[in-house]
Design a binder for this molecule. Structure first.
Ligand SMILES: [Zn+2]
Length: 335
C-alpha cells in the first residue's frame, strides 16, 4: 500500500502529518461545505448535521422564555441542550489531533482482549461508506473467504460527500469512482459477490427515513443469504453515518435473530487505550495471519480517492497516520 504524503505540516516522529484534521473529517462525510482547512469549525459541522440539532444561544433564550412555567417542557429543553452538548463534544473529539498508533501498539490489545474464532456460516458486512468494511473488517473478510466462508457486503452510501458538496455531476462522478474502488478492493480480499449498494445519501444516514430503509435492506440480505453473523460500523464511533449504520444493523439482526458484531473506525482516532467511552468489556480481537494482512493492505491501496490529497495543500481523507490503525496484525470488534 502506498499512501501519499500530505502537502502541509511537519513530519513528527517519522509519521506523515495528518494535515488539518477538519479536512479529514469533512472528507469522510462529516462535513459538507468543501475542503477548506480554515474558517469556523462549528459552521462546517453544522453544515452536515453534527450540530444543527442544537439550539443557538438566541434560540435557547427564546425557547426558555416560552417554557418558563412549564416544568415538563423545561425538562425537554434540558434534554435537548444535553444532546447538543454531547454532539458538540463528539465533533470536538474528531476534530482533535488523533491518537498515535504507537500508543495503541503499546497497549498490546491482543494480550488483554479475548480472541474470537471465525464464524462458520455466511457473514454479511455492512458499511456506511465504500471503505469502512475494508478498514474495519477487511482482514477478517479475507480470512473468512480463505476458509471457504461466504461473505456478502452492503454499502449504504456511495461516499459522494467525501470531497465536499460539489456539483451534482461531481458528486455522481465521485460516487462512481468510489464504487469502482470498493469493487477492486474487495477483489483483493478474495472471491465474493459485488456489494449491495443501497445508494442512500452520504452524511444523512441518520435521518429516520434513511436509517429505516438501511435496516430493511440489511434485514433482507441477512434473510436472503441465511447469515450466521452481521458485522457493521460501531454505534459509538462518533460519526453520525457510522452510528446510524450500526443501529440499523443491530435492529435488523435482532429482528432476524442474527448476532451482530461492530467494528470501530474513527474510534482509533479519538479514543485512547482504557478510554472509558469504549466498552472494552465487550471488545475482542481477531488475529490476522500475515498473508491476510497483506491482502488487506492491497485492498486499502485501492481507495485512491481517499488516499490522495484532495487538492493543493488539502490532506487526504486517509493519511498514513490514520491508515496505520487499520493495518495491524489483528482486527477488533465489539460484541
Ligand atoms: Zn465511513
Amino acid at each position: 500500500m502506498s499512501t501519499p504524503k500530505t502537502a502541509d505540516g511537519p513530519t513528527v516522529d517519522g509519521l506523515t502529518p495528518d494535515g488539518p484534521t477538519v479536512d479529514r473529517r469533512a472528507a469522510d462525510g462529516l462535513t459538507a461545505d468543501g475542503p477548506t482547512s480554515d474558517g469556523p469549525t462549528v459552521d462546517r459541522r453544522a453544515a452536515d448535521g453534527l450540530t444543527v440539532d442544537g439550539p443557538t444561544a438566541d434560540e435557547q433564550t427564546a425557547h426558555g422564555q416560552r417554557v418558563d412555567d412549564l416544568t415538563d417542557l423545561t425538562d425537554l429543553t434540558v434534554r435537548e441542550n444535553t444532546a447538543a452538548a454531547t454532539r458538540q463534544a463528539a465533533a470536538a473529539a474528531i476534530d482533535a489531533q488523533g491518537t498515535d498508533e504507537a500508543e495503541w501498539q503499546e497497549a498490546r490489545l491482543p494480550d488483554h482482549l479475548p480472541r474470537l474464532v471465525l464464524p462458520a456460516g455466511p457473514v454479511v458486512v455492512v458499511a456506511a461508506h465504500p471503505d469502512d468494511e475494508v478498514l474495519g473488517f477487511g482482514g477478517t473478510i479475507a480470512a473468512l473467504l480463505q476458509a471457504g466462508v461466504e461473505v456478502h457486503t452492503v454499502c449504504l452510501s456511495d461516499g459522494e460527500a467525501s470531497h465536499g458538496p460539489g456539483t451534482p455531476s461531481a458528486r455522481a462522478r465521485l460516487a462512481a469512482r468510489r464504487r469502482a474502488e470498493l469493487s477492486a478492493a474487495l477483489r483483493e480480499l478474495g472471491e465474493l459477490p459485488d456489494p449491495v449498494y443501497a445508494g442512500l445519501p452520504d452524511t444523512a444516514l441518520d435521518r429516520p427515513e434513511h436509517e429505516s430503509e438501511a435496516r430493511a435492506i440489511i434485514g433482507e440480505l441477512l434473510g436472503a443469504v441465511g447469515a450466521a453473523l452481521c458485522v457493521a460500523p460501531w454505534e459509538g464511533d462518533l460519526h453520525s453515518d457510522h452510528e446510524a449504520a450500526g443501529r440499523a444493523a443491530r435492529h435488523a439482526g435482532r429482528a432476524g435473530s442474527t448476532p451482530v458484531w461492530s467494528y470501530p473506525v474513527w474510534m482509533w482516532h479519538w479514543a485512547r487505550p482504557h478510554d472509558p467511552r469504549v466498552p472494552w468489556h465487550r471488545a475482542a480481537v481477531l488475529p490476522l495471519p500475515e498473508p491476510v494482512t497483506d491482502r488487506k493492505k492491497a485492498a486499502l491501496a485501492r481507495f485512491s480517492s481517499q488516499l490522495e490529497p484532495r487538492g493543493a495543500g488539502i490532506a487526504p481523507v486517509l493519511p498514513t497516520a490514520e491508515i496505520a490503525h487499520h493495518t495491524r496484525a489483528f482486527e477488533t470488534v465489539i460484541r
